[in-house]
Ligand binder design. Structure first.
Ligand code: PLP
Length: 389
């Protein structure tokens, strides 16, 4: 059976060139980058080259990049690192953080954790497209606010937040600005200097790099407190022996991402728009997220009277790997917090389908989906008690 992968926002395959770049660091260059002998220096050099490549895609400087184990750790380190230092040093009086209601759990759960420790978190609502309103942000800022953490682009519905305006507001009120860039990096050009971003999280496995490695951009002069205690790697901010192979892979993935950005963006946008155009021909189907301010590879739909999990399973039987906004908790099937935040009722929110494209997708894949999806939706609707036609 034909198999089509359309879940690139969950993870991507590792690029062949990335694998080739990583391979020598498992064996020949196995040294510990912190060792002073030549084995160590070989690995250290590779780490520093990678750091430069990551900095390069953000218009940052190499010494502003800290390696982590992935997007989740980068979010935790960025947010808690700033929060704890703020608390410890009483640099500012306040303890308020502003975030949005549609963040990834890596940010939301971190904020909830901080809330339990006495920080005040303001969760900004979003409009029907998933955009925060700049007026809401400005209104939420008080003299006690020390951090804004708002994602660059949403992982479910693909909406790209008004990062430029958020950066300006953060700058105006002298508040630090962290953004979760996990879904945006290598899918849109990012210039941390122009955008006034102080901290930005990256994950390697979303950009054709290996899993289990990521990075945090920390603007020069921004102080954070380490969450790990140990050997003092990464200027004491992230102790643990370097994941040399992973870091080399992430660096190569960024280098390729930069070279291919324009081509990737136009190809993905073309395929995404075809996919959206075809799919919206299905009766009572809707696009979730902003029609224009959205990631080039994201299409997220709702189908009336359809349950997203069943749709995923039926598509999987036809060889199509997709995702849904619903998350299965241990006791009940919860509607996605993102889809409910954009105003969908729980029934609609349960009927969502996320198709996220990547470099390997072709026009034939889009055609195949166009052949398969309408029938799958129709068959599911016939079985649905909510479908009364
Ligand atoms: C927006 C966003 N932030 C953070 C993460 C977590 O990244 P990682 O899997 O590298 O921990 C993800 C992963 O899906 C994501 O989409």
């Amino acid at each position: 059976m034909k198999r089509i992968y359309m879940d690139y926002s969950a993870t991507t395959p590792v690029d062949k060139e990335v694998i080739d770049e990583m391979a020598p660091y498992f064996g020949k260059y196995f040294g510990n980058p912190s060792s002073i002998h030549s084995f160590g220096r070989d690995a250290y050099d590779a780490i520093e080259k990678s750091r430069s490549k990551i900095a390069d895609i953000l218009n940052a400087d190499a010494d502003e990049i800290i390696f982590t184990s992935g997007g989740t750790e980068s979010d935790n380190l960025g947010i808690m690192g700033v929060a704890y230092l703020n608390k410890d040093k009483r640099k500012r009086k306040g303890n308020n953080i502003i975030t949005s209601s549609i963040e990834h759990p890596a940010v939301l759960e971190t904020c909830k954790y901080l809330e339990k420790q006495g920080f005040n978190i303001k969760y900004l609502p979003v409009d029907k497209y998933g955009l925060i309103r700049i007026e809401d942000l400005e209104e939420a800022i008080s003299k006690d606010t020390f951090l804004i953490t708002i994602m660059y682009a949403n992982n479910e519905i693909g909406t790209i937040e008004p990062i430029n305006e958020i950066g300006k507001i953060a700058n105006k009120y002298d508040v630090l600005f962290h953004t979760d860039g996990v879904q945006a990096v290598c899918k849109t050009p990012i210039d941390v200097k122009k955008l006034n971003i102080d901290l930005l999280s990256i994950s390697s496995h979303k950009i054709y790099g290996p899993k289990g490695v990521g990075a945090l951009y920390i603007r020069k002069g921004v102080k954070i407190r380490s969450l790990t205690h140990g050997g003092g790697q990464e200027k004491g901010l992230r102790s643990s022996t370097y994941n040399t192979t992973g870091i080399v892979g992430l660096g190569k993935a960024c280098e390729l991402g930069k070279i291919r950005l324009k081509e990737d963006m136009s190809q993905l946008k073309y395929l995404r728009d075809e996919l959206i155009k075809n799919t919206l021909k299905i009766e009572l189907s809707y696009l979730n997220g902003h029609p224009i301010k959205r990631l080039v590879n994201n299409a997220n739909f709702c189908f009336e009277a359809i349950e997203g999990e069943s749709l995923n399973m039926m598509l999987d039987e036809k060889g199509i790997a997709s995702a849904t906004g619903s998350a299965c908790s241990s006791k009940n099937l919860q509607a996605s917090h993102v889809l409910t935040a954009i105003g969908l009722n729980p029934e609609k929110a349960h009927g969502s389908l996320r198709l996220t494209l990547g470099r390997e997708n072709t026009e034939r894949d889009i055609k195949y989906i166009d052949n398969v999806l309408p029938d799958v939706v129709e068959n599911l609707r016939k079985l649905s008690p909510l479908w009364d036609r």
